[in-house]
Design a binder for this molecule. Structure first.
Ligand SMILES: [Zn+2]
Ligand SMILES: [Zn+2]
Length: 165
């Protein structure tokens, strides 16, 4: 068994009657768990092992500092996200290997969407200007819902719809 701070000897924790561990993990080792646009800056872990009758319960908490892009305007932002996990290890194991549980929990920290602010105005769809920082005079009226309706009416039945770009 390779040496890693995330693998424990079952017997040692049982003899000690439990164990608590707090550590910071090397973010680079978890970078591949995230989408390329998500940067992991910091990853902290808390683990509490409680000894039961014929098993050991692990309650873990993962806290990650992530640099992401605002889903509306694309500006970088840094936020801390955390989540917890529980694992039960039966008496039959020699080692308690928490690596997978930690990695899986860390990977799910990043939300699909994040906003720099609830009021983020996003970018102009025409010129791409960041509307939080500047204004433009592009026409932003959206006629598309009505256009789509008109297309629907002239469409012949049974003909596959072509996606308009
Ligand atoms: Zn934004
Ligand atoms: Zn514009």
């Amino acid at each position: 068994m390779e040496h890693t701070p995330l693998v424990f000897k079952y017997a040692e924790i049982r003899e000690a009657g439990g164990h608590r561990e707090e550590l910071s993990l090397e973010p680079a080792l978890y970078a591949d768990a995230f989408e390329p646009q998500v940067k992991l800056k910091k990853l902290d872990l808390e683990m509490d092992f409680s000894v039961g009758g014929d098993s050991i319960l692990l309650e873990g908490r993962v806290r990650g500092e992530l640099e992401m892009e605002c889903s509306r305007c694309g500006e970088p932002l840094t936020r801390v996200f955390e989540d917890s996990f529980d694992e039960v290890y039966p008496d039959t194991v020699e080692y308690i290997d928490t690596r997978e549980a930690v990695r899986e929990t860390a990977a799910l920290l990043a939300p699909l969407k994040v906003l720099c602010s609830d009021n983020c105005k996003g970018r102009c769809l025409v010129c791409g200007i960041d509307r939080n920082k500047a204004t433009c005079s592009c026409r932003t009226d959206k006629a598309s819902p009505f256009e789509a309706l008109r297309d629907l009416k002239v469409e012949k039945p049974g003909k596959p719809r072509k996606k308009k770009l």
